[in-house]
Design a protein around this ligand. Sequence first.
Ligand code: AGP
Length: 610
Amino acid sequence: MCGIIGVVGRISVTERLIESLKRLEYRGYDSAGVAALEDEHLVRRRAPGKIKALEAALAADPIRATVGIGHTRWATHGAPNERNAHPQRAGRVAVVHNGIIENFQELKAELLTDGRTFESDTDTEVVAHLIDREIVSGKAPLEAFKAALDRLEGAYALGVLVEGHEALIMGARRGSPLVVGYGDGEMFLGSDALAVGPFTTRIAYLEEGDYVAITHEGASIYSAKGEAVFRAVHQVSASAALVEKGAYRHFMEKEIHEQPDACQHTLSAYLDPVAGKARAPSHPDLGPLDFKDVTRVQILACGTAYLAALTAKYHFEQYADLPMDVEIASEFRYRTPALSPGTLCLAVSQSGETADTLAALRWCKARGFATAALVNAHESTMAREADRMWPTHAGPEIGVASTKAFTAQVCALTALAIAAAAQRGKLTPEAEAHLVRVLLEAPRTIAKAMAVESEVRALAFDLSKARDILYLGRGPSYPLALEGALKLKEISYIHAEGYAAGELKHGPIALVDEATPVIIIAPSDSHFEKTMSNLEEVRARGAPVILIADPAGVARAPHGVKHLTAPACDPLIAPLAFAVSIQMLAYHVAVQKGTDVDQPRNLAKSVTVE
Ligand code: AGP
């Protein structure tokens, strides 16, 4: 939820910290700060709000230094103001932190008893005091850092500066990601590849419990037990490290338009167009998964990733006759799930770092269930902890509202459903080849779906005035109704709810009146007629309706109904084609409202705290 950067460099550090923090703003943006060693003295600049406020503070009162740490915050403890902004300081120590120290109250009480005073309401400040107390007692910085780490409970990625040690930054990770960047005579620490991308593409991923000291000469990495360890240095793709908006106004707009490529690239990992076959990517050691050995699939996911899986559930059960339970990870991990033997536990996550999904995955793995992670970040914690990593290839998704990751997830899951059906003997080779051909049409169909943008622009202004909006769908369009509502509410702040259209008469229709627009998602599938009945029911009560349908559906709809036209396509890929309409609707309504599309209030791209 927060972004961390550390630089042990040889040129002015503040511009580099700012550049990196701008790449990290998608992780949280309610305050920001830097700390550096200027003439051996520890100095800080912090500001509430976006990075540009911090940039102004530095312009007004520059720092001359080559080593420093920076942080952009999504508040967990303490209001988003300067006092609670990171870096937090105690004595000679400055700390930046991503995560939650769960025993900070107990530690704070102990430190107060020791006569220490606190300036903030944050959990992070106790870490600075613990390290400083150990240094005051005579320990060297790294020894003091390890002693402090041993007292912490909860999740953290940390960056630490110590006054008097101007060429040293220390870091540690438990439950929140942290990478080490290798430069030429310079070293870096960051929350992810994006953070250090402007400086290097040579990166080592710290493992759970690791802590590290970086100097100009390199990195010394230690395991939780204090043993020196080696972590492989990877060469990440330049695109993974450097992301720009290009000609688009927002990352979300760019990422909506990148979906044909994202889906094409993702499908190439699952479909063999020549053989007409679908397959799960094979594991280098375990080999390919055989779905004949799987009795049930348990999905673990949050938010849009959960809705992508809910869409795929229909395909797994229809084509593979394989039961799929799709559950919100934060619910799964706090009940006592009764999983049957042979269950495959599949985490679905764009970031691969979502705390609730990761915790649920660990719960399943600890009980011996087969696990897999469908992730867009192929080196993420979930990717490394699951038995198998199945990739989406959407490329870095910066906009907080997930778009290309969603359609890439639906593509991968649909391909897996076809693979499962074939392996379980539910599809003849001809039927499999047919479904593969249909799925291979998805990228082109999504590209055609972009044409809806002109219709969306015409409707967005009126919709932006609504206080409440309902989304309705049946079958695989039901999760799409939920996703449409989530997209709209998270970037336009308009209250929106998605419902199964068949559920309307069981209560929600009481919400319907002239002031409540209803968005109805209705591909030309077996649900179309019943969904048209629902359309008439809400029209009869005065609701302004927008129908999302393909041309045949638009032609069959009642006269005068406003509509968005999705391309005609096989029902198997309709969720992908219709997703573009709901994404563009949310985007253009938010643009009309003038909200911060890429960094909506109160949100962060990756929810790495529970
Ligand atoms: C989607 O638009 C939201 N930003 C959010 O629901 C997101 O999908 C959820 O937090 C899961 O993130 P993940 O895919 O990285 O696990």
